[in-house]
Design a protein around this ligand. Structure first.
Ligand code: NAG
Ligand code: NAG
Length: 471
């Protein structure tokens, strides 16, 4: 019935404004109800007719009735109209959301295309560069063309083109040992050092090497971002005691995503590394497990995939110079760092030499550090710490001290534990450390550069550090 009330108001307006055409409007009334206003001039009178039911009034009423019916049909009634509106709004929101998502996806794909184009360009430039050079004795990047007999100083005993799928002693023992579960919490107590190995050499004098405790770690400096998914994590390194034919500027890199990781890329220097132009691609004879590899005195040290076998791959001869089982070491996910990635066995190099960081069933998951003979890979001495390997994000050695990082994913974490192999003492520390890219898969110390090298979610970064005199 509000229609009629509106009618009267309209008539008043018509009377004062003398509209010449019909108009229709919609708005809320005082009770927030939707109000449709239909205004029309009387064809015969200048103002509203009397309430007497003239023929005109009847005609107008019937026209209004038609309009009302039409509106009701269109809106489906006031209540269901609101429902329909809400339904429409939801659908609209969904469509908008979908559109935004598609736009984001498009932007992401465009970016990927751009990156791929850049990679293609880089490879073309690299191919161009290689073509324009006189033929050298370096193997081409194409793996199947690799012919080790072209290498000078290479023996005939190359075994690395032969795969050895049959060697599975490691796997067998893993099955036996993987049934181990975390035992009594008392293992956290400090354990005495293992006595069955000879003492370190007396020339390992801390003071003469500018050594000290880790006091500060700087902001990460980015050197390179990996191009593809295979570079989500990996290991990059420089040899702190480089051996001919490779100088100390040479940078090495292994992308470790995948199951058959065998490519070792060499870059002439940091600049070429940053540009992504390798000058050397070596095919390792045995697949690499995870990000624990290290470069030291002209050899790449790494853990053979799915085994506790340590391998020393000599760069000059491009062949395996030593291989040895790391006694009792857990591997392939038994005692990884907290991010996983089969980081069970981690090589480290510092001022005192070559180390390996791992755990054993006997140590019940606590980190064990062993100093290795770099030539033979024999364990010279071992220490058992009181920190569980799976609770730390990563670990590295500086000046004979083991350091562990709290988190691999939090942007601001700390190096919060150290273990000194000279005193067998551990302590809690709190040196701020940034994982800027939120997924740090490798942290190694380079004693020649006095820097930490890391691989943080596609980014190859380094950190300056400061060491202090021991108190
Ligand atoms: C180091 O930090 C991590 C993460 O904040 C924490 O879970 C862990 O308990 C800390 N470890 C020590 C030894 O303080
Ligand atoms: C991390 O620390 C830096 C400075 O130390 C600070 O600027 C930044 O806001 C911190 N980030 C987070 C997420 O706490």
């Amino acid at each position: 019935m509000w229609f009629l009330a509106v009618m009267w108001i309209s008539c008043l307006l018509v009377g004062t404004q003398a509209q010449s055409t019909a108009s229709f409007s919609r708005g809320n009334d005082r009770n927030r109800r939707c109000q449709y206003t239909f205004t029309v001039d009387s064809p015969t009178e200048a103002s509203c007719p009397s309430t007497a039911s003239s023929a005109e009034m009847e005609a107008l009423k019937s026209r209004l009735g038609l309009v009302e019916a039409l509106i009701a049909r269109l809106a489906g009634g006031e209540a269901s109209g609101t429902e329909a509106q809400m339904g429409l709004r939801t659908a609209y929101t969904q469509v908008i959301g979908e559109r935004d998502r598609l736009q984001q996806e498009k932007a992401r794909l465009s970016q990927q295309v751009e990156q791929l184009q850049q990679t293609v360009e880089q490879l073309q430039r690299e191919a161009e560069r290689l073509r324009s050079r006189p033929c050298t004795q370096q193997p081409s990047q194409s793996v199947p063309l690799y012919d080790s007999s072209l290498q000078p100083g290479t023996g005939t005993s190359h075994s690395h083109l032969v795969s050895r799928p049959g060697r599975t002693q490691g796997e067998t023992s893993s099955l036996r040992e993987s049934s181990w579960s975390y035992g009594s919490p008392a293992y956290q107590e400090f354990k005495a050092e293992v006595a069955e190995f000879p003492a370190p050499r007396p020339e390992d004098n801390v003071d003469s090497r500018g050594c000290g405790e880790l006091l500060w770690v700087g902001q990460p400096v980015t050197h390179r971002k990996a191009d593809g998914i295979a570079g989500r994590y990996g290991v990059w390194m420089q040899d702190p005691e480089a051996v001919s034919p490779y100088g100390s500027n040479m940078v090495w890199r292994i992308d470790t995503v995948g199951t058959e990781v065998r490519q070792l890329y060499g870059y002439e220097d940091m600049d070429q590394f940053s540009r992504g132009f390798p000058t050397k691609v070596l095919l390792l004879p045995e697949a690499v497990e995870s990000t624990g590899a290290a470069m030291y005195r002209g050899s790449l040290y790494y853990q053979r995939r799915r085994s506790r076998t340590l391998i020393r791959y000599e760069l000059v001869s491009e062949s395996v110079a030593a291989r040895r089982e790391l006694p009792h070491a857990g591997f392939h996910g038994q005692f990884p760092y907290s991010w996983g990635g089969y980081t069970d066995i981690d090589f480290a190099v510092d001022e005192k030499g070559l180390w390996v960081i791992y755990s054993t069933n006997k140590a019940k998951g606590a980190i064990v550090v062993s100093q290795l003979d770099p030539h033979s890979l024999e364990v010279k001495k071992s220490w058992e710490t009181n920190i569980r390997k799976t609770t730390v994000a990563n670990a590295f050695m500086i000046c004979g001290r083991l350091y562990t990082v709290g988190s691999y994913a939090s942007p601001n974490t700390t190096v919060n534990y150290s273990f000194d192999t000279t005193t067998s003492q551990s302590k809690a520390i709190a040196v701020p450390f940034q994982n800027r890219h939120l997924y740090n898969s490798m942290i190694d110390y380079n004693p020649a550069q006095k820097k930490l090298f890391a691989w943080d979610n596609y980014y190859m970064v380094s950190y300056d550090i400061r060491l202090g005199k021991q108190q």
